[in-house]
Each structure stands twice: as C-alpha cells, then as structure tokens.
Design a protein around this ligand. Structure first.
Ligand code: ADP
Ligand code: MG
Length: 371
C-alpha cells in the first residue's frame, strides 16, 4: 500500500523484500530480494535511491545503519532499534515517564521464575524481539500451570523475554502520529481496536469535529485526548521522521497504558485509506520525502475487518457477495499462499454512523463465507 501510494504520486519505489514476488513489487520500479539483516544489500538499496523507509520492523539494526551511511533513512535506524525490542521500548517509555504496564526482562530460565514471582499472575511472557500478531507470547493465568511455564521457558531459551502483567482490558486504542523533518506533528484521531487471539480483528473510527472518536461507548473523550497527546509526545521524544503508531491499553478501571510503539504504518490505520483526508501511507511518504504533512481529518466513520488466511480454508471467499454490501471496499494484498492466521487482506466500510459502518463490514465479511 505504501509502494502503491508512492507510485501514484510519481515516485519510482525500489522494494527490498526477503521473499520472492513481494506484493509491493507490483508497484515498484525495481525489486531486490535479500535477507533483512544483509548489510551489503541494504547499502546497495540505499545507494540507488534518495530516501529509505520501511513498513516492517524485523530488520537488522546494523543493516539499516549500513543503509543510513549511504542515504537518508527515515525513521532513523535508532528509532527502529528502540522499538524493535520490547525491553528497550519499555526502558524508553520508563525514561520518558510514559504510562506502561509493569514488566521485567528475563534472559534465562532461572531468572524467569523470579520475574514471574515479582510481576505476579496473571502475566504474559513475550519474546523481546521478532514477535508480531501475538506470536511469541504465553499467557500465565497463575504460577502453577506446568504447561504454561514450560512454554514460557521455551521462549526464554530462544532469546530474551519480557514478563508483563496481564490486564483485563476495557478497550484497545491506537494513535498514528506523523512527524516531519522540521518537527511538525500531525495525529490521527484514536482508532478503537478489537483483537481475537492476539491478532487485530476489527478497527473502528468515528471522529467528531473535535478530533475525538466516539467509537467505543463509554470511552471517555478526555482519555482519548490524553492518548493523542501521549502519542505526539512519544513521536517528539523519538525524534521520528515518518510515522509511529502507538498501541494503548485501557484497563478495566479506566487507566491508560502504552502497550507498544510501531514506527511504521499500522494495520489499524488501513481505514485511513477510505476515511481520512490523507491515508497513513501517503502521510508516511510525505514525512519521509520532506513534503508538508496532510490533513488527518476523517470524512466519515469507518470500520475495518481483517481477512485472515483461514477464510480460504474451505473455498475461495465469495468476494462478489461481500461487495454487494453498500459502502464496502476490498483490499487483497496479493500474497500467493493463504495460511491460517496470515493477513491476506481487509475490508473497509464507511457509512454515516459508526454503527452502520461496523454492521456493513461485518456483514460483508460474513458474506465471504456464504454458500
Ligand atoms: P504484537 O506485537 O503481537 O502486536 P502485543 O504485545 O501488542 O504484541 O500483543 C497482542 C495483543 O495481545 C494485544 O493487542 C492485546 O490484545 C493482547 N495483550 C498483549 N499483552 C497484554 C497484556 N499485558 N494484558 C492484556 N492483553 C494483552
Ligand atoms: Mg501489538
């Protein structure tokens, strides 16, 4: 979607991906295949372009730093370094006084036990690096579940982990903020996210004129404004040039915590393509290319539903049935293989009210599976 936008705006994107035939390749002037920690390949990419950016976090820091020696990399490799490791990210949040969930880093099975004891249960053990879509996470409801403890020990044997208090959540929000090279900031209104099994399922946005979403009933506008302010402060503290997405937890009691930071366009922001004046992809391009940031106002309420590979298990999804629902748009990423849990595409619905947008997007997704 980033390459597609770049191509529309007259750029000639060069794409480096770790797979053959990457979806972005369709919109690219040139495609290179390389491992994402291949410093020579990233440096070669950097030599062939004016600016390098990324939309995936599992890139080797040293390789990205090698690219930065050849041309401007935005966001800077240091931003990726901070955010791609959960333990470092939490240290950054702690140093800046940003609200975060109690957690502790552990690097050995022996240390893991102590960390679980101090954090208390329920807790969740997460790999510090290279996790996404809930992968590399084990929830421990209590300290006496041998299977859970063994799974957590397996994680720490593979690499450092963080042990984090497991919260009962009232809601999850994300705020996307762009920051230009001149320090200008532009935040989108908060997006409300629902996850299933650790994977984003549905995102909702219903911004009123004051830039506050009313999508989550009972979600205090003050809290939403606070999330926006925190996200902007985090973007400024990171000195990011480009986009960040800050994921927030709203706990049962109404407390707001930063869950994690993604220095890239975010799945929850896909609905900005249809609903916002400037999509998150165009906004990232504008930021990294030194153009003025675009308006982050929304033209209408919107709802987004992810399409996972599971939908392909029994039959080809019935796209025509989904597209018969008014106000619905289909996005398929062009991934060749539909595996369970793999994000293959999404649907976005816009409507006059958020309730109607949500109804439409869920009806359309349901229709995909009809007979
Ligand atoms: P990922 O990198 O896979 O997005 P996250 O840490 O954001 O990892 O976890 C994915 C989802 O799992 C969250 O959006 C949330 O729904 C749930 N989750 C993660 N950590 C916690 C926690 N400490 N308490 C409650 N739910 C959590
Ligand atoms: Mg997350």
């Amino acid at each position: 979607m980033l390459a597609e936008t770049a191509s529309r705006m007259g750029y000639e994107p060069h794409v480096l991906a770790h797979e053959d035939d990457p979806p972005a390749g369709r919109f690219a002037a040139r495609v290179m295949r390389a491992a994402l920690d291949d410093a020579a390949a990233l440096a070669a990419l950097a030599e062939s372009v004016d600016v390098v950016t990324f939309e995936f976090e599992n890139i080797g820091f040293a390789a990205l730093a090698a690219a930065a020696a050849a041309c401007e990399v935005r966001p800077a490799p240091e931003v990726l370094h901070t955010t791609q490791d959960r333990a470092r990210e939490k240290e950054f949040l702690a140093a800046g006084g940003f609200p975060r969930v109690a957690s502790e880093r552990a690097t050995s099975v022996a240390a893991l036990g102590g960390a679980i004891e101090r954090i208390g249960t329920p807790c969740v053990v997460k790999t510090a690096g290279f996790g996404y879509d809930g992968k590399g996470q084990v929830v421990l409801p209590d300290g006496s579940d041998p299977a859970g403890l063994e799974a957590a020990a397996g994680l720490v044997r593979a690499g450092p982990v963080v042990v984090e208090r497991y919260l009962t959540l009232a809601a999850e929000l994300s705020v996307i903020v762009a920051r230009g090279s001149d320090g200008a900031l532009a935040s989108y209104p908060p997006i409300i996210n629902r996850h299933v099994g650790g994977v984003l399922d549905v995102s909702l946005a219903d911004p009123r004129a004051d830039g506050v979403s009313s999508a989550a009933p009972g979600l205090d506008p003050t809290l939403q404004r606070r999330a926006q302010a925190l996200a902007a402060a985090i973007a400024a503290a990171l000195k990011v040039v480009g986009l960040i997405t800050v994921e927030f937890f709203v706990a049962e009691g109404g407390e707001l915590y930063v869950n994690e930071i993604a220095p890239r366009p975010h799945n929850s922001g896909h609905l900005t393509i249809e609903a916002a004046d400037t999509s998150q992809f165009e906004q990232q391009l504008r930021a990294v290319c030194g153009l003025p940031l675009g308006s982050t106002s929304f033209a209408s309420p919107a709802a987004m539903a992810n399409l996972l590979g599971d939908l392909w298990a029994l039959q080809e999804p019935r796209f025509s049935a989904a597209l018969a629902v008014p106000g619905v748009r289909l996005h398929l990423y062009g991934k060749r293989e539909a595996r369970p849990g793999r994000k293959m595409g999404h649907l976005t619905a816009t409507a006059r009210s958020l309730a109607e947008a949500e109804r439409r997007v869920l009806a359309a997704r349901q229709a995909l599976q009809g007979r």
